[in-house]
Design a protein around this ligand. Structure first.
Ligand SMILES: [Zn+2]
Length: 158
């Protein structure tokens, strides 16, 4: 297991066969580029993406990664998958209406990526990687923390 530190950390969970699940992809292309560069440096290929929740700084790098690896699937907790697929839902939820252009920043409005429902909380396998999902709703309407061995990746839950 590895992680890329940044304003938002990303977790890389190896599958033991040269692949790795990417957990959270950061705010933008720049973070995603560093994540892919780090992965290449480890001789790993991405096998999937898990977004812990739908805030733009956790899935804003998805589209950059999907341009290079369009076969990857994106997973997210319930409701969060809908926001990642339709990011305008995030500012609409916050403001109650579509925000004016001045407020449509990358911090509120990440590019859309087609996300699907992650497995239920518990021990699971995503993109070949074995991990435990823990429900930690509160910071977002639904949110998962990820435990791998003795490491807990809690994203914004703490
Ligand atoms: Zn957040």
């Amino acid at each position: 297991m590895h992680f890329l530190p940044g304003a938002v950390n990303s977790l890389v969970v190896e599958d033991g066969q040269g692949g790795a699940l990417l957990v959270d992809t950061g705010l933008d292309d720049g973070h995603a580029r560093k994540l892919l560069r780090g992965l290449a440096g480890l001789n790993l290929r991405p096998t999937g993406i898990l977004n812990t929740h739908s805030h733009a700084d956790h899935h804003g790098g998805n589209t950059f990664i999907l341009k290079t690896f369009p076969e990857l699937k994106v997973f997210a907790p319930p409701l969060e998958d809908a926001v990642i697929t339709h990011p305008i839902l995030e500012p609409i939820t916050l403001f109650g209406a579509r925000p004016p252009r001045e407020l449509q920043s990358r911090f509120l409005l990440a590019p859309p990526s087609s996300a699907r429902l992650a497995p239920e909380p518990g021990l699971t396998r995503i993109g070949g990687a074995v991990l435990e999902l823990l429900e930690v709703a509160g910071h977002a309407s639904m949110m998962y923390a990820v435990r791998v061995g003795d490491v807990l990746y809690a994203a914004d839950a703490l």
